[in-house]
Design a binder for this molecule. Structure first.
Ligand code: DAH
Length: 336
């Protein structure tokens, strides 16, 4: 036992001399001082020593442990460390942690694409208030006083005078009140309707309005511009259908349909087996609208159009519930 104590001390002295860094120092600690180290092993063997010799050997072992601890602490101080175990080496090959990066909302992406196409065709972008008055939302747009759209059932009235705009068409009026022709502008924004909420309709949605006014603007210009837009947005090879309809602020008016881009017109769930998708309303600006803003309809003509962005994004991405856009569920938004 005596000999083993001396040789362990010599070995520890040698070993501490060879330690040059924190990692080596920790190995030293594990070898000699740890609970399963060499010194602990000798303490274990005290049991086998004759009882009368135990105190003496116990004292020697305590001295050995103190001496080795001192070697350790001395080296630790020399290395500038605090004696705490070294940090494991940095593993540069580990895959990094992926940061969370937000994306644009699918409606914003859709609007950005629509805007880019119209801007490239020379349209400007204008904005108007979401809180409107009856005059801009209805009257100046040639809605008769008893038109059903003014009904409480469709319109959110805020007071006798103020309402939430039910479409982006009032921005046409505001733009024309401020500017003289020639005008070529799109007007995106939120609109509100007092409708029962379902997968297909929500109390708030988005539209892009378009307006072009100049001398000699024709229905041919309307067709050319909108077919160019639709082809660039939805792709080549579609069939178009212009169906006559009625809007108070345009005459003549049309709804534009395209052949369903999912089934190619054969009929599917998306187009409700009709083969056609309605994508926007349009028409030639009614002379009464020009009167309201002080333009002379004998001098100027123009076309206007309006489309629902939510619907376009739903068609484009195969989304079957409009409410998903407004739930802010990250599992939905992350897909775009
Ligand atoms: N304002 C119409 C609506 O909300 C959409 C619309 C149709 C706008 C035809 C227009 C247009 O500018 O010419 O249903």
């Amino acid at each position: 036992m005596q000999a083993e104590i001396s040789s362990l001390r010599a070995a520890a002295e040698n070993a501490i001399g060879a330690v040059t860094d924190a990692r080596g120092l920790d190995e030293f600690r594990v070898t000699y001082l740890a609970r399963k180290g060499e010194i602990a092993a000798l303490f274990d063997r005290l049991k086998t020593v004759p009882a009368q010799d135990r105190p003496a050997f116990g004292k020697l072992l305590n001295e050995l442990r103190a001496a080795v601890q001192q070697m350790h602490d001395g080296k630790s101080a020399a290395l500038g460390g605090t004696g705490t175990p070294p940090v494991p080496a940095l593993d540069l090959t580990l895959p990094g942690r992926r940061g969370f990066i937000g994306t644009k909302h699918p409606l914003t992406q859709t609007l950005d694409e629509i805007k880019a196409i119209f801007v490239s065709m020379g349209f400007g972008v204008a904005d108007g208030p979401e809180i409107e008055d009856d005059y801009h939302n209805f009257e100046a747009l040639n809605f008769p006083p008893d038109h059903p759209a003014r009904d409480m059932q469709d319109t959110f009235f805020l007071s006798d005078r103020a309402l939430l705009r039910t479409h982006t068409s009032p921005v046409q009026i505001r733009v024309m009140e401020e500017h003289q022709p020639p005008l070529r502008v799109i007007m995106p924004g939120r609109v509100y309707r007092n409708e029962a909420i379902s997968a297909r309709s929500y109390c708030m949605f988005h539209q892009v309005e378009g307006l072009c006014v100049d001398k000699g603007v024709t229905f041919g210009d309307l067709k050319g511009t909108l077919i160019e837009f639709i082809t660039r947005y939805y792709g080549q090879g579609l069939k178009f259908r212009f169906r006559p309809t009625f809007f108070p602020f345009t005459e003549p008016s049309a709804d534009i349909y395209i052949s369903c881009f999912i089934c190619g017109g054969r009929g599917c769930r998306l187009c409700k087996q009709s083969g056609w998708l309605e994508i926007l309303g349009c028409g030639m600006v009614d002379p009464n609208v020009f009167h309201a803003v002080g333009y002379d309809p004998e001098v100027f003509t123009g076309y206007a159009f309006g489309m629902g962005i939510d619907r376009i994004a739903m068609l484009r991405h195969g989304i079957d519930d409009i409410r998903l856009f407004f739930d802010n569920d990250i599992r939905f938004l992350n897909q775009f």
